[in-house]
Design a protein around this ligand. Sequence first.
Ligand code: FAD
Length: 408
Amino acid sequence: MKKDLIVIGAGASGIMAAISAARDGKSVLLLEKMQKIGLKLKASGGGRCNLTNRLDSKEFMESFGRDGRFMQNALKKFNNQALQDFFEEIGVKTDSLDGFRVFPVGHNSQSVLTALESELNRLNVKISCKEIVNSIKKENSIFYIKTENREYSAKAVIIATGGAGYPQLGSSGDGYKFAKELGHRVTKIYPAMMPLKTKERWVANCRANTLPKVTIKVDIKKYKKLQAKGDLIFTKDGIRGPVVLDFSREITPLLDKFQSVPVLISLTNLSSHEIYEIFKKELAKGFNGNTLELVQKILPKSVAKELILEANCDFELKFNKQKGANRDRLLNILAWTPLTIIGHNGFDMAMVTRGGVNLKDINPNTLESRVVSGLYFCGEVINLDGPCGGFNLQWAFTSGFLAGKLKH
Ligand SMILES: Cc1cc2nc3c(=O)[nH]c(=O)nc-3n(C[C@H](O)[C@H](O)[C@H](O)COP(=O)(O)OP(=O)(O)OC[C@H]3O[C@@H](n4cnc5c(N)ncnc54)[C@H](O)[C@@H]3O)c2cc1C
């Protein structure tokens, strides 16, 4: 039976698109390739589901970079407050313990998913799981959607298939293929929001050490402005943690270009001069330990030891007994620790995809395709990605809401 709308993909954006259209009285079929809907939503925020944040729309858009302005109209219709009101209405209260990130009360993503499922049921949205869409065709104003076993038809279609990251949760880039087949431009895609691998092996000896609020920046003249701040954790072959998740979206395109990317990390947020002053004060107070004990005044032992070795210093010697050049080198390394990013685990561990359906091929007022009328896009399949902190889910819900307000 022909529906008003078929939504392909039941992630955050597709579920919201289906609800938005059904609330306007449309008959909706939601097709999902996995055995259940909303698997990524359930895994988001480590199962706590950081739904959105408290930024106003202007700052929110700026966090997505230059293209963020594309979201202006969508956010006018459905911003972070509208999202919280929506969830309250369907029985999910939200809170923000840190005054910035917004979670469901109880910090349990299952509560979000259960409420969305009830709303879909209440609105009689037909949900069909284990349905992998293979192709979309339009003939005489009707869309024909082929899955492995069946063909469906509808007056309008929304592609809400997500990006290419975390394929084990469903999204594996099918939306880009559909978009291309239907004549849209799709930018190059990169994995983003994931741990990074470094050339330096010493990081392995500092594994599991968390360093709070470090600053990390690219050490290539033309890209010096690319930097991020947040907690960093060393791993067996590189770095991870919130700051790395945010920074990785800048790094993957550079890795593609240069194969390796030098970065500098301020592990203490102190300049070499400030570090020297701290050491001088300690020594003046009568500190009698070796260099390792002295550096432990500002860094954990394992990191202190590795950086001393990197500076060619002997950690058992007293600071004043180190060779002058090595001492200077140590102060510089302690202020800005150099690392070389050489890789990552690709899309398997990418929480977000950078790139997607070209914004020029989508009308920002409706999210309808400029190439095929009656076809809409929402969520991560579109060429927009934000940092950590509820940005990507808000965009998924905002764009789903707007796409579901079908023009016809
Ligand atoms: C582990 C993890 C944690 C995250 N945490 C957060 C967070 O706390 N806050 C935040 O803002 N963002 C977070 N993100 C990012 C955020 O979850 C995504 O940006 C957002 O869910 C994207 O929603 P979407 O609807 O566009 O895509 P998805 O949620 O990926 O949904 C796409 C759906 O389409 C289905 N599909 C794909 N191809 C087909 C096909 N051919 N046929 C039928 N169905 C298909 C998929 O199975 C999937 O269910 C996280 C991501 C991950 C991986």
